[in-house]
Design a protein around this ligand. Sequence first.
Ligand SMILES: [Zn+2]
Length: 182
Amino acid sequence: VIVGHLLRASDNDSYMYLGDAEPPRCASCGVVSDPRWVDPGFQLPPGKRLDASFTYDGRFVVSDAFRAAAKAFGGAEYAKLPSQPGWSLLLAAEIVRFDVEARGTKLSEFCPACSRFTVVAGATPVFLIAPPKPLPDVFLRTDVEFGTRDELRPLVLVGPGLADALIRARLTGLNLTAVDVS
Ligand SMILES: [Zn+2]
């Protein structure tokens, strides 16, 4: 049964964490510690100003058109990009539990200082623990983050009504994949 959609997006060929400004990092493992942090000088490459895109280090960047399409729905926090007016980071606020055992996700390099695994592989296909069926029409993030060190990011999921609103808006860069749970 399809419960909602996974938000995927094109790469924008840039990094949030490799600019001149230094993000806050865990003193022990060195991984970036605040996903809301934005480099005040961050800009998208001219050919990569899509409505939805990911930096190579896992930041989800969306346009004002994306925000307008999602305006009637909850669950999103935005952090404006000072040097790229019209675009923001999107941070999903609501949490859905990811089933690492069912998926066979590999969690490694645990940091006791920041209480997280800093290398996590195996995000898709999506397995969820007792998700609402369907998912609510808000932006949800998995409780597990995937990737290696600074690339760590949760999966972002949406319910069917929000998925439809995003599809109808014909946003560039955005790719929605149905999440099927039995
Ligand atoms: Zn740490």
